[in-house]
Design a protein around this ligand. Structure first.
Ligand SMILES: Nc1ncnc2c1ncn2[C@@H]1O[C@H](COP(=O)(O)OP(=O)(O)O)[C@@H](O)[C@H]1O
Ligand SMILES: [Mg+2]
Length: 395
């Protein structure tokens, strides 16, 4: 089990974290929290650096966030977890390099799971060799290409792609890139609230297409640690981007990132077919209605014919409404395939899009965030199985 340093004044929390960490927790007072990580670490005396720092942010969230940010910069080998309200703290926490925000009332079992997850991602992060020139992780195998596809616009591709990418980046910092391949009308930059200096246009027409070092200078970084390639500003210049260029870009990216998440335009145009050629994990998305299911059935039939419908696919229905008169079984009969996940309608989705903050960060407990969390768990599980050499694609 990992060494845990806990800063809190609550004996009840200390007791629970102590149990959850298998007795490896050292507690120090949280009031007042020092501004300097060295002052906190000085209280450890002879002990080695902690694997996980748990900061109780319930009394003074601003001090906890400031200390977390400094800790993240100055003690990079330690993962930081905050105790506090996830809904209000998550975004600032992510910006400060915090791995997880856990509610103050969380029980021992849930704490054990959460700390285990943090320890696991820390172990992966530490084990990963870094290329001294590009400062990117050296991959043992090509990265996974997760493409979000749907026959029609407005199904929620951008919503799903951005939240999924941010979730993956939070779990595996520095290992995820999101590419907006809805080249004409892509709105990933808006959804993430970022203003890119370079876009897909610069990437495909320069040396970066085949050169990872040049490529790195053209990426836009999101506060979650996600790298992003945004769609071009002008739909006209976007149209000049070919399927071959898309193909070359995805090949280069998959040598540099563990996960390449691709947001696509509706339908199966030349660029999306090039994306499919590189896709290891297709995510097929449709609205939960008759027209959506029929469109999805046609798209899946085409992919089946092309031999592109791998078993690792995930079929996701958005805007699920139990009162619509349509059941998941009806859709499954239409598409001749299992539905893996349904996502309900939530007003928080458009609010978060307007703010430019992914829902997963803005409202981690929203029902839509919870469903995205299930997809993240599926990909983490698939990665763990591959790691053990017994990867089995989802049915
Ligand atoms: N589950 C949901 N609940 C409520 N609104 C949603 C949901 N999913 C998507 N939306 C909204 O629907 C619109 C289209 O979503 P978007 O992700 O842009 O779709 P696409 O990229 O497939 O065109 C956006 O305004 C988005 O906020
Ligand atoms: Mg879109």
């Amino acid at each position: 089990m990992s060494n845990v340093l806990l800063a809190t004044d609550s004996t009840a929390l200390h007791q629970r974290v102590h149990e959850a960490s298998g007795g490896t927790c050292i507690a120090v007072p949280a009031h007042p929290l020092p501004a300097d990580p060295a002052h906190l670490l000085a209280q450890l005396q002879e002990q080695s650096l902690p694997d996980i720092l748990v900061l109780d942010a319930t009394r003074s969230p601003e001090d906890a966030l400031a200390l977390a940010a400094r800790f993240d910069r100055e003690v990079p080998g330690t993962a930081i977890v905050l105790i506090g309200d996830a809904d209000t703290l998550s975004l600032d926490a992510m910006r400060a390099g915090v791995r997880d925000v856990i509610d103050a009332g969380t029980g021992v079992e849930e704490l054990r799971v959460a700390l285990g997850r943090v320890a696991q991602s820390l172990a992966v992060h530490r084990a990963q060799p870094v290329d001294p020139v590009t400062a990117m992780p050296i991959l043992q195998a090509p990265g996974r290409v997760l493409s979000v596809l749907s026959p029609k616009g407005g199904a929620g591709k951008t919503t799903l792609a951005t939240n999924l990418a941010v979730g993956l980046a939070t779990a595996t910092p520095g290992s995820v890139v999101l590419v907006d391949l809805d080249v004409q009308f892509g709105d990933v930059a808006t959804a993430l609230g970022i203003s890119p200096e370079y876009t897909l246009d610069d990437v495909v027409h320069g040396a970066s297409l085949h050169d990872p070092i040049a490529l790195k200078t053209h990426l836009t970084l999101h506060p979650s640690g996600l790298s992003v390639i945004c769609a071009p500003e002008s739909p006209a210049s976007a149209d000049a981007i070919s399927g071959d260029q898309v193909s070359a870009l995805l090949s280069t990216l998959s040598t540099q990132f563990r996960y390449v998440v691709v947001d696509t335009a509706a339908g199966l145009g030349a660029r999306t077919l090039a994306v499919l050629d590189h896709t290891t994990d297709p995510l097929l998305l449709s609205t939960f209605d008759v027209a959506g299911a029929r469109g999805l059935a046609k798209e899946m039939a085409t992919l089946r014919e092309l031999g592109m419908l791998t078993n690792a696919r995930q079929v996701v229905l958005n805007f699920a409404d139990p009162k619509s008169g349509l059941s998941t079984q009806d859709v499954e009969a239409t598409i001749r395939s299992k539905v893996d996940l349904t996502i309900p309608h939530s007003r928080a989705v458009s609010a978060s899009l307007n703010m430019g903050v992914p829902l997963l960060q803005h409202k981690p407990r929203d029902p839509v965030s919870k469903q995205v969390g299930k997809l993240l768990a599926y990909y983490a599980d698939a990665a763990a199985k591959r790691g053990n050499g017994r990867h089995r694609a989802a049915a």
